[in-house]
Design a protein around this ligand. Structure first.
Ligand code: HEC
Length: 151
């Protein structure tokens, strides 16, 4: 067998092993991971509010906005079938019964976070504060339909 062919086959086997590893994650692990992701996003969002209230420079917040954007991209993959209950999840059944609507909200968050990153980079504090508010509305709109109240 040629070296290159063998290497390609090995690559395929490794990629398959990666897929199996993802599938092997228990529902509890997936739920814990998505809750941690949301919590991290919440912390980022809160840090932005604190900076706005303190009148701080908004440029360093671009990194946090970028993190929210990349989390928004991951949201649709974090709710596979079998993770509807357990693990202290606050997800409503509508996440699965109205998947198109749910993913639309995730897309809106991605766009809002992209704008948030741009306004942070511009250094314009007023524009950043306005876009933060607009983004908060996107968070709230999705939670209203797809998440039970956090106790
Ligand atoms: C596409 C819908 C959607 C959007 C947009 C969204 N969320 Fe959520 N969020 C959820 C769902 C569903 C859960 C429940 C996840 C679970 O418990 O399994 C959640 C959970 C959370 C949690 C609780 C995590 C925990 O400790 O269990 C926080 C905090 C949170 N979101 C913050 C935010 C913030 C801040 C934004 C906006 C920047 C946001 N979310 C945008 C759907 C969304």
């Amino acid at each position: 067998m040629r070296q290159a062919t063998r290497a390609a086959m090995l690559g395929g086997v490794l990629a398959l092993a990666g897929v199996v590893a993802v599938m092997a994650a228990t529902p509890e692990q997936v739920i814990a991971e998505r809750r941690a992701g949301y919590k991290h996003m919440g912390d980022n969002f809160k840090a932005m509010k604190d900076a706005i209230d303190a009148g701080s420079d908004v440029k360093p917040l671009a990194v946090r906005a970028a993190e929210i954007e990349s989390w928004a991209k991951q949201i649709p993959t974090m709710f596979p079938p079998g993770t509807e209950t357990g693990g202290g999840t606050h997800a409503r059944p509508e996440v699965w019964s109205d998947r198109a609507g749910f993913e639309k909200h995730a897309g809106e968050l991605q766009q809002a976070a992209q704008k948030l990153e741009a306004t942070a980079q511009s250094g314009d504090k007023a524009a950043f504060a306005a876009q933060w508010k607009a983004t908060a509305q996107v968070c709230g709109a999705c939670h209203q339909t797809y998440r039970y109240k956090l106790s």
